[in-house]
Design a protein around this ligand. Structure first.
Ligand code: YSA
Length: 328
């Protein structure tokens, strides 16, 4: 055995090779083992000298094997640690921040305004029955007013609500006056879709019922809403019109300066009026009066943020929607 053996041990490429060397040298039939076994056959003087040399050689081989084993194990551990290393100084992966859709922002802004005016926010079902959407709101069967709000029907006679007004009936059926509520929600119409009409859109409805509520309170509420949205001094206008569930009924508009053109003009928002006695009768109320108003949220969003086609609000095209990140 020569220094090549120690060199082979010191450069063994992995633990398997090292083990093979160990067996070859120190195994049952290993070179050193055999050498030690054969000592007995030698004359005493020669045996002593040869024995001492072999034992020293064996210790050197064992030490070399241990040293190489430790080195290989350390190298393996180092490689594993390097592979698993986490560099905390690397920049993180960017998660794009989401944002509320323009309609959600406008709705939330409106709800903040109404909450600050003391209104409770309530919501109702989108799948309605005829009584809540029409009958209890004083749309008699076959009355032409129903034609202004055609919608989608299920085979069991229910319908996708055409406005948020059915929630007036639902709320009054389960609550006693006085109260002030506001109802945001999605509504549906069988509509010839164009730049200003969708088959699905959103409305916001307000209902106030109590003793001696008058048309002046209605006008005051609409003006308060307009003031909260557009600032003090904002003017509002009511023009008589017909809705079956109010008497008198009106359409309302607010006077504003168009943010883009700078022109001052009336912005038609929706309908309003004093709750019709037949509606109170349908829900079993007596001795109270009340007002209601409702309007389209898309309309307000479109004129406020210069969206010229209502369909753009529902296309999900981020190039358009991202322009309205955090505007309202
Ligand atoms: C009236 C009187 C009250 O005491 C309470 C509420 C109302 C409003 C009534 N329920 C209603 O729905 N009236 S409406 O048919 O004229 O619609 C109100 C608003 O919804 C419209 O002014 C318009 O802004 C919007 N709208 C109607 N059809 C639409 C639409 N927006 C988008 N697409 C459509 N197809």
């Amino acid at each position: 055995m020569n220094d090549d053996t120690l060199h082979a041990i010191a450069t063994a490429p992995d633990l398997r090779e090292l083990q093979a060397l160990r067996v070859r040298l120190l195994g049952k039939k290993g070179e050193l083992t055999e050498g030690l076994k054969s000592l007995g056959a030698l004359p005493p003087e020669e045996r002593r000298a040869r024995g001492a040399a072999l034992h020293e050689r064996k210790r050197a081989v064992e030490a070399a094997l241990e040293a190489r084993k430790a080195a290989l194990e350390r190298a393996a551990l180092d490689a594993r640690l390097a592979a698993e290393r986490l560099d905390l100084t690397l920049p993180g992966e960017r998660v794009p921040a989401g944002a509320h859709h323009l309609l959600t922002q406008v709705t939330n802004r409106l709800l903040d305004v109404f909450a600050s005016l003391g209104y409770e926010v309530v919501v109702g079902p989108e799948l309605e029955d005829d009584r809540h959407n029409f009958g209890a709101l004083n749309f008699p069967p076959d009355h032409p007013a129903r034609d202004t709000q055609d919608t989608f029907w299920t085979t069991d006679g229910r319908l996708l609500r055409t406005h948020t007004s059915p929630m007036q009936v639902r709320y009054m059926e389960s609550h006693e006056p006085p109260f002030r509520v506001v109802v945001p929600g999605r509504v549906f119409r069988n509509e010839a879709v164009d730049a200003t009409h969708e088959a699905q859109f959103h409305q916001l409805e307000a209902l106030v019922v109590g003793e001696r509520i008058t048309m002046a309170d209605l006008k005051g509420a609409i003006t308060e809403m307009a003031t909260a949205l557009l600032g003090s001094g904002t003017r509002t206008r009511l023009l008589p019109t017909y809705f079956p569930f109010v008497e008198p009924g009106a359409e309302f508009a607010i006077w504003w300066q168009h943010p883009k053109t700078g022109r001052e003009e009336w912005l038609e928002l929706g309908g309003c009026g004093m709750v019709h006695p037949r509606v109170f009768e349908a829900v079993g109320y007596e001795g109270v009066t009340g007002f209601a108003f409702g309007f389209g949220i898309e309309r307000l969003a479109m004129v406020s943020y210069q969206v010229s086609d209502i369909r753009d609000l529902f296309r999900g095209d981020l190039r358009l929607l991202e322009q309205f990140r955090g505007v309202a």
